[in-house]
Structures are given as C-alpha cells and as structure tokens.
Design a protein around this ligand. Structure first.
Ligand SMILES: Nc1ncnc2c1ncn2[C@@H]1O[C@H](COP(=O)(O)OP(=O)(O)OP(=O)(O)O)[C@@H](O)[C@H]1O
Length: 459
C-alpha cells in the first residue's frame, strides 16, 4: 500500500535530520519538498537550480536509501526546481534521476526534445556576457545563427581554455532551433568525430558515417586542435567540410589556437578554416569577470555583495570555468556553515587555484624595499609619497605572483591595507606591465631575485 506523499516526506525529514548535520539539513533538505511519488520515482522540488545540483551531487544516495528503508523497496529520486521552468530545459546530462534500479523509473522522467540532448541548455545567447574580450566572436556567432551559410562560413572560434567557445557554438544551435525547429544541427567534438570514424571503418559502414555528417544544416565541431597528427580523420573531415560548404551549409569550428598554429594540420584544411572568419576570444578583464559572476548569481537566484563579486573576480583571472567553480564553492561553503556572504568568510575556500612558489612575504618586502631604496616600514606605512606608493604597488603585485596568499592577507602584510587597494595595485601593474618595457624588465629582475632568495632559504 502506497503511503500519502506528505506522510512519506515527513518521515524522510525525520530520518535525515538525524543522519545529517544541522546546517546541511537546514540548508538543503528542509528547503526542498516532495512533490509526488509516481511510477516508483519520488519527485523532489528544490527552490533553485543550485540547490538541485547540490542535492543531486551529494545527497541523492542518502535520500534514496532512507526512502527505500521507509517504503521497503527501491525507488528512483528525481530532483527538480520549483516553478517548473527549468525542468523543460534540462538536457539529458542534467536529468537528476538516480535509483538503485534506474530502468524502473524511466516513465517518470520528463520527455526531452531529442534535438536538445547534445546541447547544454545553459549555453544560450541570453546567458552569455559580452565584453571587450569576446565582442567580435559573439557578434559573429549571432550573425551566423541568424543567417547560417551566408557571411562567415566557416566561423572559426579560437581562444584559451574555458573562455566560452563551446558556449557560443551551442548558443548558435539553440538559436537556430528556435527559429527553425527542423534544422539539423550537429554538435560534435573532434574526439567524437574521430571515434565515429573509427567505428565506421571497423563496422564497414563508411557510407552511413558520411551520410550522417553530410546531412547537417549546421555542423558545430569543438576542439578541432585535436585533429593534430590524425591524418585519416583530417582527410575525412576535409570531404565532409567541402560537401557541406559547397551546399551552403554552415560550419562552426572551435579551437584553442588559430588554424595556422595547429601542428601538422593539412595545408588545405588550414586554408579552408581560414576562408570564413577567425574570431578570437581573449581573457576577460575585471569588469567582464564581475559581470559574468553577477549574471551567474542572478541566473541561480543568489544574491552577492559587490565586494564579494570583485574579490572572486580578482582571484580567478584566466578561465571562466574556474571563476564559476569558485562561485559555486563560495556559495556552498556559506550555505553549509550558515555564514553571511562576506569576503572574509569565503577566503578559506578561494585561495588561488595554483600552488605558487613559496616565497615568504618578508623576502618579497625586502627585495622590493632594497630595489626602490625605501624601508620595509615605508612599504607598510600609509605614506602617499610617490616613490613609496609606487614601490608598494609593485610589492603587492609581486606578492600576488609569488605567494598563494589571499588578497586580504597581502593587505595585512602591507600594514593592514584593504583588499581593494591590493586589487587596484595588482590590476594597475598588470596593465602597465604589458605596455611598459622598462617596468616589465624591473618586474622580471625582482622576480628573479625573489626566486633566488626563496631557493636559498629552502636549501
Ligand atoms: N562570456 C561569458 N558569459 C557567461 N558565461 C561564460 C562566458 N564565457 C564562458 N562562460 C562560461 O564558462 C564556462 C566555460 O565555457 P566553455 O566551455 O564554453 O569554454 P571553452 O572555451 O569551450 O573551453 P575549452 O577550451 O575547455 O573547451 C561555461 O560554463 C560557460 O557558460
């Protein structure tokens, strides 16, 4: 006999309250509610996508076991977001259904439009923040999405890791589908293309491999740099590309570098990749990183103080995936411990990602003070004399480069300066460093001296 959903959920809550810590229970479990038990699957609603992802990642098995204990048989757990909206957009990869016996719950999972299963539902234009670093790539992608096969064919998006190439590519796909639902859009990684080719050769089904790819209206190929050294795949891709291009079909390619820098890429492919538009994406500046964080927070219904946004954006400068990861870690940490969202509170989980050379702050202060002929006390003072504040700014920049200290900690090393002063100094020196050769040389010499000091200290 099935028990009423309210009664089931209150028993689940009672049990989970005993099993989980109080902050965890209050933050993630108490805010969720059970919606229905159907086809042997319990549908749980969470207040926002972030809570859904968190439950899905860390607590779904615990919940499944508790429910199984109460009901006496295994059930699937399907976690969704309140207001329904998000559910219809979930791609298959994001569907949160876990069960000791997943096949028994398939009917409870919403039917997804099969066309979107290859694309991430979040990678749409409306979620993409445009800044100086990606303006051209964004405009070109939008143009291609509006009139494929016309102006920029192929569109070649290039840029470093985690800077939004896949996001833009998939946004083109989503946009096309909105306008033209029957459009055949294939998104494929180069690795997948290669694997499909190998399978086709093994199964003697080259004909259907070719027909499949050449049927695309828009072909989106990610990470094309992995064509490097794959002669046969390059050959096959060349013919696929030509067929589509000649038929006026759109090809969009993403790579971490421009075509002429992909080693051993056939000349004919290189020239074809270059005949449309090559649009590169640079690292975002501080303002754009802050705007991205602000947007992500809004999308997830999270409110973030401005100094927190600035702090995270200043710590993660070169990869938006890492920037997002930092935001998620910060929000999770704050939620679990029930803390207010402040810079001080999130510092423990946001130390810079890479272990930096272990130079001591004292060594850096000494090297800088000696070089600029000022004292360490001057560096720590509030003096605004030009030569002292210049040395101080360079010192802060070097401490950021050579240690893994957080911004507030660096501020402390300079006599208790605010972390925003450190941010300002680091940004200023980073910018000048790119345009001022004398400064670049000074920084290099100081860095060498700091490295030498740290090495001799370690011996
Ligand atoms: N301008 C932007 N606005 C909002 N989100 C962005 C932006 N650029 C990147 N992102 C986000 O950063 C993450 C990484 O982006 P994406 O996967 O597109 O990077 P990529 O350049 O394809 O990286 P890789 O080279 O590793 O494949 C994604 O979650 C994406 O949504």
């Amino acid at each position: 006999m099935e028990i009423p959903i309210e009664s089931l959920w209150s028993q689940v809550l009672e049990r989970l309250q005993l099993e989980l810590s109080q902050p965890t229970f209050e933050t993630w479990i108490k805010t969720a509610s059970a919606e229905r038990l159907e086809n042997n699957c319990l549908v749980i609603r969470t207040p926002n996508p972030f809570a859904r992802n968190w439950l899905q990642k860390y607590y779904i098995n615990t919940i499944a076991h508790v429910v199984q204990d109460i009901l006496g048989h295994p059930v699937g757990i399907y976690i969704t977001v309140a207001q329904g909206d998000e559910v219809s957009h979930l791609s298959e990869r994001e569907v949160s259904c876990e069960s000791p016996n997943p096949s028994s719950i398939s009917e409870a999972v919403p039917n997804h439009n099969h066309k979107t299963t290859e694309l991430n539902s979040k990678y749409v234009f409306s979620r993409f923040v445009v800044g100086a670093n990606n303006r051209m790539a964004h405009a070109a992608s939008l143009a291609v999405a509006e009139s494929p096969g016309k102006e920029f064919n192929p569109l070649f998006l290039c840029g470093g890791v985690g800077l939004g190439k896949t996001h833009l590519m998939q946004a083109i796909g989503h946009y096309r589908w909105e306008i033209s639902p029957n459009c055949k859009i294939f998104y494929v990684s180069t690795e997948q293309f290669t694997n499909d080719l190998i399978t086709a050769i093994r199964k003697d089904s080259m004909q259907s491999f070719r027909e499949h790819y050449r049927a695309a209206d828009v072909l989106l190929v990610d990470d094309i740099q992995f064509l490097e050294g794959k002669e046969y795949t390059q050959e096959e891709f060349f013919y696929t590309f030509n067929t589509l291009h000649e038929a006026g079909k759109q090809v969009v390619i993403a790579s971490d570098r421009p075509p002429n820098q992909i080693p051993s890429l056939q000349e004919r492919l290189c020239s074809r990749f270059s005949m449309g538009l090559i649009a590169d994406i640079q690292k975002p500046d501080l303002e754009t990183r802050m705007a991205i964080l602000q947007k992500k927070a809004e999308d997830e219904n999270i409110s973030l103080p401005r100094d927190v946004i600035e702090y995270i954006a200043s710590n993660y400068t070169s990869n938006i995936r890492e920037l997002e990861g930092a935001l998620i870690r910060a929000v999770a940490y704050i939620s679990i411990w029930g803390l207010p969202m402040t810079v001080e509170n999130i510092t423990p989980v946001l130390e810079p990602p890479n272990e930096k050379m272990a130079a001591t702050p004292e060594a850096i202060l000494k090297v800088v003070a000696d070089n600029f002929d000022v004292s360490i006390d001057d560096l720590k003072s509030n003096s605004r004399r030009r030569e002292i504040s210049w040395a101080r700014q360079i010192g802060m920049y070097l401490m950021r480069q050579h240690t893994s200290l957080s911004l507030p900690r660096i501020g402390e090393e300079f006599g208790g300066k605010d972390h925003t002063t450190v941010i300002y100094s680091c940004d200023k020196i980073t910018q000048l460093h790119q345009s001022d050769r004398t400064l670049a040389q000074t920084i290099r010499q100081l860095s060498d001296r700091i490295n030498m000091t740290s090495t001799s200290q370690r011996k």
